[in-house]
Write a protein that binds this ligand. Structure first.
Ligand code: FSX
Length: 372
């Protein structure tokens, strides 16, 4: 355990000071840090480090751009209950510009963006939701500026970019065949900045804010091969699913209203994409941890994976023999695609390494927490 006690006075201008000024008590702040650490799957020994880091972290300037999307990502974040971990951390950032949430519009809004960029050059976090149309940049413009021009201009002075939602991370629904607008993702365009992908259609709100909290406290999180933070996307739904015992016993619902469905059996044969989907739904859940789609009787659609809209029918079973899934920690394979044994083995090895990496990071972090 750490012997270092967190300081009782947060640094001026810090996240900690801001939260105190908002009436968040010391006890409330510690509770918030404990909940955040638990959300990041960190041990309680990590909490003092988080408290100290957040008390010192300067409130970052955040510029949030929304392009081709359905506003589900912002809805996800703002529809959370209050006061919450996500509400607290959302308040603790200095959200200088957000197309959907800000009161200003037109030229005044653009002036706010330019000022925030100038004042915080090199330090602000750029959050993007939605994909960017290249086929005809005029398809989507804000104050007469095309999405691609606004993204490239705003990215120049950003410390890091967080792509919120599957549209910003991979192209998402707008990019689905036949991709009429020529939609691309943020990482297709920006190559010289750190990019954190927070996919999901929409993403889990506490995951959005958890990524921001991690960035504030410790900097960039460790990312997987799709630039997703391993702390939230390190395990697949199948491996954490509470219906897994039914899978292991070969008990599958065949229709949505048969006896198996009523008994809560595995939804694999009804098209659940849990085995190929990496996200925190099965552990973090939604709506204050109330439930998640599989718990409500519907299979996972795989919304945090690239091209999930085009990856095969939502209601068609994965073309992976059920026996092959039993002992795997999940496949990194395309939903609905033909899968060979060699590909399965390779994916298994890859996943095993990813899990190992994640454990190493956590253990190392705790180690630092104990001795720094
Ligand atoms: Fe896409 Fe988000 Fe799905 Fe919608 O901003 S990830 S369509 S929930 O709104 O971008």
């Amino acid at each position: 355990m750490s012997t270092r006690k967190p300081s009782s006075s947060p640094a001026p201008g810090s996240v900690g000071e801001y939260l105190r000024a908002q009436g968040i008590s010391r006890r409330g702040f510690l509770k918030f840090c404990t909940a955040t650490a638990s959300m990041m799957a960190l041990s309680p020994a990590f909490v003092p480090r988080l408290v100290e880091a957040l008390e010192k972290a300067p409130r970052p300037s955040v510029i949030w751009l929304s392009f081709q999307e359905c506003t589900g990502c912002t809805e996800s974040l703002t529809r959370s209950h209050a006061p919450t971990v996500e509400g607290l951390i959302f308040d603790a950032i200095s959200l200088d510009y957000h197309h959907t949430l800000q009161a200003a519009s037109g030229e005044a809004a653009e002036l706010a963006r330019e000022e925030a960029m100038k004042e915080n050059w090199g330090k602000y976090v750029l959050v993007v939701d939605g994909s960017i149309p290249l086929g005809n940049p005029g398809f989507s413009t804000i104050a007469g500026i095309s999405n691609v021009d606004m993204l490239m201009d705003t990215a120049k002075g950003a410390a890091a970019i967080v792509s919120v939602g599957t549209c910003a991370a991979y192209g998402g629904l707008p990019q689905a065949d036949p991709n009429p607008t020529g939609a691309v993702s943020v990482q297709d365009l920006i190559k010289d900045k750190p990019i954190i992908n927070v996919p999901g259609c929409p993403p889990i709100p506490v995951v959005i804010t958890g990524v921001l909290a991690h960035f504030l406290a410790f900097g960039l999180p460790e990312l997987d091969e799709l630039n997703r933070p391993k702390v939230f996307y390190g395990q697949n739904i199948h491996d954490r699913c509470y219906r897994r015992p039914f899978y292991e016993r070969g008990q599958f619902a065949e229709t949505f209203d048969d006896e198996g469905a009523k008994k809560g059996w595995c939804l694999y044969k009804l098209g659940c994409k849990g085995p190929t989907t990496y996200n925190a739904c099965a552990t973090t859940k939604w709506n204050q941890g109330a439930s998640f789609p599989i718990e409500s009787g519907h299979g996972c659609l795989g919304c945090s994976e690239p091209r999930f809209w085009d990856g095969g029918s939502f209601y068609k079973a994965l073309s992976v023999p059920t026996g092959d899934l039993g002992q795997t920690a999940g496949y990194a394979l395309a939903a609905g695609g033909a899968v060979g044994i060699a590909a399965g083995l390779l994916a298994r090895q890859k996943k095993a390494q990813a899990v190992k990496d994640h454990e190493t990071v956590t253990v190392n972090d705790l180690h630092k927490g104990e001795h720094s």
